[in-house]
Design a protein around this ligand. Structure first.
Ligand code: MBD
Ligand code: FE
Length: 256
C-alpha cells in the first residue's frame, strides 16, 4: 500500500490504543500476556477468528449503525455465508424448494415473505439469498458432509414483492465449543447456544442491501443468544395450517 488511507490509519490507531489501554486496565502480568497471545494464535490457526468476531463483535457494529433507523433491522451475516448459491427453480405448489437432499431430515415448513421499500412500494424482482443449518445443526460447506450448497439458494420476488420457500424448521444450535472459542465461553461463563434462525440477504436496485435473520417466537434461547442477533422486528411465528407448518414475515429495505 503506497498511499495511506486516512480511515485505515484512524481505525488501526484506535485499535492499538484500546488494546494498550486494555493491557493496562487488566494489569496483565507477563505470563498472562503470553497465555493471551497463545489463545489468540490458536483462535486464528483453528480458523475460528471469523466465528469469534461474528459471535462477539458483529452485533455491536450493527446496533451502532442501525438502531432507530427505519426499515427492517439488519442482523448478523455470521461466519457461514458462502458465495455462488444456485438459483432455486424447483417448486412445491407456489413454494420454491430450498436446495436439499432427496432424503433430507427435518420438519418441512413453508416460509412466505414480502419485500417492500421504506417508501411503501413493494419491491419486485428483489434478489433474495437464503441459507440455514440442517437438522443436525450444521451449515453445508462447514464441517458438514452435505453437498456444498445444501440449504442455500437464491431467487427473486414476484411483481408484488412476494416470495414463498419450502425448507425445514431450523433448530436452536450450539456454536463449536471444542476450540479456542469454546474456551472463551468457559472463561466468561456463557452458554454456546443460538436460537433457531433463517439467514436472508436482499438486494434490489436503489436500495441498501439488507442482511438479516428471522427468529421464532417461543424459542428458549431468544433472550440469551450467544451472538446477540435477535431484534424485535425479526420475529415470526410457526403456525400449523391444514397440517402444514407455515411462517411469514415482511421485510422493508432502506433507499440508497
Ligand atoms: C451462526 O449460525 C450465526 O448465524 C452467527 C451469527 C454466528 C455463529 C453461528
Ligand atoms: Fe446462522
Amino acid at each position: 500500500m503506497s498511499q495511506k488511507n486516512e480511515r485505515v490509519v484512524e481505525v488501526f490507531g484506535l485499535f492499538i490504543k484500546h488494546i494498550q489501554e486494555f493491557l493496562k486496565e487488566a494489569k496483565l502480568n507477563h505470563e498472562e500476556y503470553t497465555n493471551f497471545v497463545d489463545w489468540a494464535d490458536r483462535l486464528g490457526r483453528k480458523g475460528e477468528l471469523p466465528l469469534f468476531a461474528d459471535v462477539f463483535l458483529e452485533t455491536h457494529v450493527l446496533r451502532a449503525m442501525y438502531t432507530d433507523k427505519p426499515g427492517t433491522q439488519p442482523s448478523l451475516l455470521g461466519p457461514y455465508f458462502i458465495e455462488g448459491s444456485p438459483e432455486l427453480t424447483e417448486k412445491d405448489g407456489d413454494a420454491l424448494i430450498l436446495t436439499q437432499r432427496p432424503d433430507e431430515a427435518g420438519e418441512k415448513m413453508y416460509f412466505k415473505g414480502n419485500v417492500s421499500s421504506v417508501n411503501g412500494q413493494p419491491i419486485a424482482n428483489c434478489r433474495v439469498e437464503m441459507w440455514q443449518n440442517d437438522a443436525s445443526g450444521k451449515y453445508s460447506a462447514f464441517d458438514s458432509d452435505a453437498p456444498r450448497y445444501n440449504f442455500r439458494g437464491h431467487f427473486y420476488t414476484d411483481e408484488n414483492g412476494n416470495f414463498e420457500v419450502r425448507h425445514i424448521v431450523p433448530l436452536p444450535y450450539s456454536i463449536p465449543t471444542d476450540g479456542p472459542t469454546g474456551e472463551f465461553l468457559e472463561y466468561t461463563d456463557q452458554h454456546p447456544m443460538r436460537p433457531a434462525h433463517l439467514h436472508f440477504m436482499f438486494e434490489a436496485d436503489g436500495h441498501e442491501t439488507l442482511i438479516t435473520q428471522v427468529f421464532f417466537e417461543g424459542d428458549e434461547w431468544l433472550e440469551t443468544d450467544v451472538a446477540d442477533g435477535v431484534r424485535l422486528d425479526l420475529m415470526t411465528k410457526l403456525e400449523e395450517n391444514n397440517g402444514r407448518k407455515e411462517a411469514k414475515l415482511d421485510f422493508v429495505m432502506r433507499e440508497q
